[in-house]
Design a protein around this ligand. Sequence first.
Ligand SMILES: *[C@@H]1O[C@H](CO)[C@@H](O)[C@H](O)[C@H]1NC(C)=O
Ligand SMILES: *[C@@H]1O[C@H](CO)[C@@H](O)[C@H](O)[C@H]1NC(C)=O
Ligand SMILES: *[C@@H]1O[C@H](CO)[C@@H](O)[C@H](O)[C@H]1NC(C)=O
Ligand SMILES: *[C@@H]1O[C@H](CO)[C@@H](O)[C@H](O)[C@H]1NC(C)=O
Ligand SMILES: *[C@@H]1O[C@H](CO)[C@@H](O)[C@H](O)[C@H]1NC(C)=O
Length: 406
Amino acid sequence: MKGSSNQYQTNYVSKIFNVQLHFINLLTYLLILVFGLTLGIIISFYLKECTFSLQFTQLSLSSLPRTPPLPPPVAKQERVGLKDFLKPPPIVHDMDDEELLWRASMTAKINEYPFERVPKVAFMFLTRGPVFLAPLWEQFFKGHEGYYSIYVHSNPSYNGSYPETPVFSGRRIPSKEVAWGNVNMIEAERRLLSNALLDISNQRFVLLSESCIPLFNFSTIYSYLINSTENYVMAFDDPSGVGRGRYSIQMLPEVSLKQWRKGFQWFEMDRELALGVVSDRIYFPVFQQYCKGSCYADEHYLPTFVSIKFWEGNSNRSLTWVDWSKGGPHPAHFLRSDVTVEFLERLRNKKCKYNNGNSTNACFLFARKFLPSTLSRLLKIAPQVMQFEHYDDRPKKQKPSLKPII
Ligand SMILES: *[C@@H]1O[C@H](CO)[C@@H](O)[C@H](O)[C@H]1NC(C)=O
Ligand SMILES: *[C@@H]1O[C@H](CO)[C@@H](O)[C@H](O)[C@H]1NC(C)=O
Ligand SMILES: *[C@@H]1O[C@H](CO)[C@@H](O)[C@H](O)[C@H]1NC(C)=O
Ligand SMILES: *[C@@H]1O[C@H](CO)[C@@H](O)[C@H](O)[C@H]1NC(C)=O
Ligand SMILES: *[C@@H]1O[C@H](CO)[C@@H](O)[C@H](O)[C@H]1NC(C)=O
């Protein structure tokens, strides 16, 4: 029994001890819990403060001046809207005729330019192949960059094998087949005008061929054209078979026989008339349909159209001289032996009414038809006769020998 009471005692003691142990454990847990809670609260507070201060540091960091500091926005700002709009598009584009004419027909309704605009003269060359008198034109254009633009429409079959001189390089516009006397010649002229209209600086538009030469220096031609109040589209009423005789009654009601005019295609016009020509949707289709073959649309469309719609500003004469005195359907050609100082002076000295007033000025600024063989002779005498401003008048002298004298 003793053993059992002993055992009981031991059990009792251990029970009491266990309870005490439990209590201590509980207390410890409680303490840990309280400690944990406090720690948690403290940490969460601390963290909050930390993020606050972190944000604050970031804020104060970003507001600190960086190196280099952002430039003030006005200092070196590039102009965008207008600058892009005024830039002439590239010569080579993928617009078809319909797209090109539509784009070229756009014009501003406000007549004053809100920027400085230096008016340019567009020289448009309608050629079969190369501009073989290009070296003469080079001398003519020299030193006048920024006052002219050049456009060349040559037959698409021309492979460009002839060497291009600097001012003509890269100036060939996308072109199509052209046949003499065919209505597609006017399509080519409208294509040239459209391409030139895309450059907002172009103010006057001259149509030339590969056989044309200038008769004056650049500054004379430039101020003649820029100051002119007229257009130069040749137009006259020719009662003969090769005038009125080419009219077709089917062109009524748009074009009557009374309105029918003749003239030679080498025109010079201002921007307003050029816009009128590219946006004509009434008269040109009539010519496309009823002026084929021996009607020679290139001799009738522009003279008739201008006389109907734009007669007021037209001088009815051409600025390009050509010799019809020999008769036949083609004007005379000039060979090397025809090119003399006297001949050129004679063409320069013809006087005509200028700007519809009392003043007179030169009748002709250009002349045709000069064959390729005339080039060397022209290069020799034309710059002096026409007083070109910056031509190379000194023949290339042999350089003095730089061999050291031993
Ligand atoms: C270009 O065409 C001419 C004749 O039309 C020919 O003689 C020449 O070889 C051609 N050149 C090239 C590069 O095809
Ligand atoms: C054209 O006008 C300018 C000024 O606008 C003048 O300097 C120049 O002499 C004029 N030229 C002609 C040919 O009238
Ligand atoms: C040009 O011709 C038209 C008729 O076709 C005429 O009304 C106009 O007065 C002429 N202009 C000049 C400057 O002669
Ligand atoms: C042209 O000359 C006539 C007389 O010769 C004169 O009456 C007229 O006013 C002049 N016109 C101009 C625009 O100068
Ligand atoms: C250009 O030609 C005109 C005559 O048409 C002349 O008066 C002028 O002096 C020439 N210009 C130069 C720079 O030679």
